[in-house]
Structures are given as C-alpha cells and as structure tokens.
Design a protein around this ligand. Sequence first.
Ligand SMILES: Cc1cc2nc3c(=O)[nH]c(=O)nc-3n(C[C@H](O)[C@H](O)[C@H](O)COP(=O)(O)OP(=O)(O)OC[C@H]3O[C@@H](n4cnc5c(N)ncnc54)[C@H](O)[C@@H]3O)c2cc1C
Length: 394
Amino acid sequence: MNNIKSDSLNIDSKTLYDFVFIGLGASNSLILLSLIKKDLLANKKIAIIESDSKKENDKTYCFWSFSEAPIVKDLSQIITHSYSRIEVKSISQGIEKQPYYFIKSIDLYEYTLNKSIEASIPIYRVSAQTILQVNENYAINTSEGVINSKFVFDSRTPIYSQLVSKEIHLHQSFYGFHIKSEKDVFRKDTFEMMNFDVDQSNYTQFIYTLPFASNESLVELTRFGIDKIDSAYAAIILNNEIKTKYGNYEIMADETGCIPMTNYWHPKNKLSGVLNTGANANLIKPSSGYGFKNMYEFAEIVSEKIKRKDLKNFNQIALKRKKRFRFYDSLLLTILKLWPYEGKRVFTRLFQKQKIHTIFTFLDEKTSIISEIKIFASLPIKPFLKALFLYIKK
Ligand SMILES: Cc1cc2nc3c(=O)[nH]c(=O)nc-3n(C[C@H](O)[C@H](O)[C@H](O)COP(=O)(O)OP(=O)(O)OC[C@H]3O[C@@H](n4cnc5c(N)ncnc54)[C@H](O)[C@@H]3O)c2cc1C
C-alpha cells in the first residue's frame, strides 16, 4: 500500500455538499467504495470528516464468505490472507466452499483514501460535534467550523456506558501476540476460531489462532465478559499455551482490542437526512462481534437506494434482519453475563454437534426455523431455560 499524505484542509463552510461522511472507518469506507464502484458520485459534492489520522492498523476484519460472493471480488485487492480449513478440538475441517478471509484495517483505510483522493473528495481531519437541521439541509458543527450537506452518513462511535441502562452490555476483549516460532508448527491454510481448553476464570475465554506462515501466527486470548481482559494476565496464559503447544517463540508485536456485545438497539437518527451507519446501525452481531459482512451488505443497500434516487426516508435505510435472532442473541448474552462459566459448555457443544457451515449460516442469521430448533436441541438446555425465564419475566 502507498503511504498517504496527511491532509489538513481548511473547512469550506460555503459549499453545500450532497453527501458528507462522518468517520471513515469500516462502515463508511464500504459505503463510499460501493458508491464509487457504481459510479454514483460523478457530479456530486462529497466530503469526509474523520478525526483520526488512520495511519495505524488498529484492527483486522475477518469474515467467512462464499468465495464467489461480491464482497470477496470487490475487496480482493486488500484481502491479504484466507483460510480454507478450520481447526476445532484438534480436528481440521475443510471450509473451501466458504473460506475465512482476513483484511488489515489499515489496508481498507488506505484503499478507500486512495479512491477518495482519485475522486477529488476532500477529507477534513477534524472532529464532528453536533448536526443541526437548517431548512432542508444539515449543518455539521466541527471543531474547526461548520460543514453543510444535504445528506449525512454518521458512523461516530457509540458510547455504550451512556446508552445502555436495562440492556446487557458485555465486552469481547482480547489480547494477543503476533509470534514467530522457532519450528514450523503452523499450517497457513488452517485457523482455530475458538479453543476453550484454557483457563476460564469465571468468564467465557478462548484462544483464537490465525497463522500467516508455517512459523508465524497471531495467537489471542479472548474473553466474553463484564470485565475487559487484563493484558498482564493474558500474557501469562498465552506464554504458557504457546510454549506448550508450539515450543520456543519470539513476540513480533502485541495486539489488544475490544468489541461491544450488547442487545441495546440503536434507534434510527431523528433527522430524516442523517443515516446512522456501522455499529450505530446495529450491524455488529451482539453474540459474536462480527459486523464487517453486514456493513458490506448495508453499503450495497444504501448505494442501490442512491442509484434509484430513493432518498425520501434516508434515515430509515436498514439491513433486513429477522427479529428472532435478536431474541437468540439476548438469551446468549444473558447466559454469558449471569453464568459465564456455561459459555465454554455451550460453545463446545455447538462446535461438536453442528457442521461448521451450519454454524456460519446460523451466525449469518440465514438458517431456517427447523434448523435453529435442531441447533438449540443440541445445546445444554438448562442455561437457555433459565435465560428464557428471565427474558419472559422482563
Ligand atoms: C478490535 C476490533 C476487531 C474487530 N474485528 C472484527 C472482525 O474480525 N470481523 C468483523 O466482522 N467485525 C469485527 N469487528 C467489529 C466491527 O466490524 C468493527 O468495529 C468496525 O470497525 C465497526 O465499523 P464502524 O464504521 O461502525 O466503526 P469504525 O470502523 O470504528 O469507524 C468509525 C470512524 O469514525 C471516526 N469518528 C468517531 N468519532 C468521530 C467524530 N466525532 N468526528 C469524526 N470522526 C469520528 C473514527 O475515528 C472512526 O474512523 C471488530 C471490532 C473491533 C473493535
């Protein structure tokens, strides 16, 4: 990837933009790329407001997908790794039909930035504060002045501690090492999604392993829980695990992160020309933390609406989701919150009893009710009954 020069533009308050993007993270990048791909920005005035320099690889976006799916084709230039096998309980299974893809966030940011520069889209490196409706348009107050637009994509990061009161809010926190092992111990086509054979400490904890070469891998300890994982604690567990399983190794980098797991449902933006995107549009699945593929699908819906000039209820654009999956997510979050030690049993049983493609389809919310009944029938019943009782009571 090229090194992109930093832009520090003076705010242009006189221009009335057609579309302004607040934030250029995952969701808005995918919307912008979809609009550029469909050539929908010609003769349109566009601007981006992004408070961060976006020069660091702050996360990785992984997702499973059919290899012929548009997401894979569209992002092929920035998919740097893919896995055709998954390891569950030391047994490797083929997932050639639906491989697991890996994108570095920095590659997505730079790719989108390059496309934006090519399309002469200005990027204001300032923080957006409030959005006010002025007649039919919107005035976005930033730390450096006002930017005016007909429509706004708002991906500002939600602050859950201020939003969540009755709902459940857990953290999917992780700490990991990017390691080089002395011996060739990894298979670069095989990743391990959830290995629960690790200390649980009254949380739900697992190891996630993403190899890049026969002697190089990311090994992370992930926790689902009320409290975020402590890096010093995780380092001890990881060191022990890596030494025992793979022998001597050297740490090339460490990585830490946290994904919200909440059943809080973000309302639509009250301003009819402002569309909430990304986490703000409920696109991160509460029980898994995966959201990238939803954001891609959402971006396609948005760009199709714009193509049809169907912008009347701009703030109402949504990804269609079946409501019963919100209920399933709530049950699982209740279990993870109140009886975290049950998480290991539930997930282990899920991976033991179901084919990996069924699990992927279930997490994609694309299973049939019959299939879901079979999935739940294969899981430990008691924690789900207890969670159901509390759900009904609430
Ligand atoms: C560490 C981590 C790892 C993840 N891994 C995966 C994964 O492997 N697979 C998957 O499917 N999902 C993953 N997710 C979940 C989800 O895909 C990401 O959180 C995704 O980045 C959410 O996209 P977003 O656009 O809502 O937010 P972001 O990508 O965070 O984008 C929001 C942007 O808005 C900017 N911004 C915020 N406030 C302002 C402001 N006031 N003014 C201007 N700009 C502002 C921010 O700087 C940021 O660039 C992960 C999440 C995290 C946190």
